[in-house]
Write a protein that binds this ligand. Sequence first.
Ligand SMILES: Nc1ncnc2c1ncn2[C@@H]1O[C@H](COP(=O)(O)OP(=O)(O)OP(=O)(O)O)[C@@H](O)[C@H]1O
Ligand SMILES: [Mg+2]
Length: 315
Amino acid sequence: MGHAANLFFMGKGGVGKSTSASLNAVFLAQNACNVLLVSLDPAHNLSDIFGMKLTHRPTKILPGLKALEIDQDRWIRAYLKDVQHQVRNTYSYLSAFNLDHYFKVLRHSPGLEEYALLMAFRYFQEKYSGVDYLIFDMPPTALALKFFALPTLSLIWIEQLSALRTEIIRKKELITRIKMMNKEVERDKILLKIDELRDECQEVKEIFQDRTRTRIHLVMNSDQLSHAESRRILDELSAIDIRIHCIVHNKMQPLCPSPQTDTAYAAFPMLNFPYSKMPLIGIESLHRFINDIEHQVARELHACHMPHAPLTGTT
Ligand SMILES: Nc1ncnc2c1ncn2[C@@H]1O[C@H](COP(=O)(O)OP(=O)(O)OP(=O)(O)O)[C@@H](O)[C@H]1O
Ligand SMILES: [Mg+2]
């Protein structure tokens, strides 16, 4: 089965992640690609940009382009339900305790948002593997980085848990074998669950690191604060072996220096989106903007001649 290419748009608040993601989505749909644009940012912007009410189900925007805004609370509830179900099934001996009380507390625990986002991401990978592009408008930097780091961090935990569980089983088996006189010992349910979690995390980690499947667009403006935050994003992603695909220099003004003059960004393909005096709201103004920049950034666009080339520099 084929896979959709995942394009992520991340960057500092207000730099133009949602606008750049929408422009890329419209550009790709104009070029005969099948695109699903997904807002993973709980403070959604896409409805406002397209001037239509979007929901958590895909709404058609143009031929070849659908968009949706995830319902984060729904994913959190789904995640908690899943945990509840698994705990009940795996640790049946815990039914003597009042587990519901613990699940209520879990609802307020930190880290739920990134789990919910990751669950949503995995769902989109499976459900929409038939589209050419899944374009993700990302939440603010802190949450976006936690989302990308979650599989790697979970794997570290899982290895520890697995070692601990194996040790427990080894000791338990010794006793059981004596009691059961060498009868087949049932495969440990908890270890099976740990293995399953490991596979899931490994799979998502590989998707994030696979440059043919995942392209992260780092959106930035010319100001120092957006430069500083972008550098932190580059560093933190690189620490977990995730690369940036290209820099989107948005709201570019005629005399402002290009991020490419900064050595941190020199190696990346760059797409320059000029500052637009017209508000980039509504499908017509997005179309108009794309038509205008196709002349201005013809070189960048020519550099990505592949049939499903996103609106970015070369790979
Ligand atoms: N190239 C551009 N020229 C002019 N205005 C722009 C451009 N790109 C974005 N804007 C405007 O800048 C504002 C912020 O853009 P946008 O909402 O896309 O940013 P964002 O990074 O998604 O913000 P948030 O962090 O709040 O999600 C909006 O008013 C948008 O219309
Ligand atoms: Mg936004």
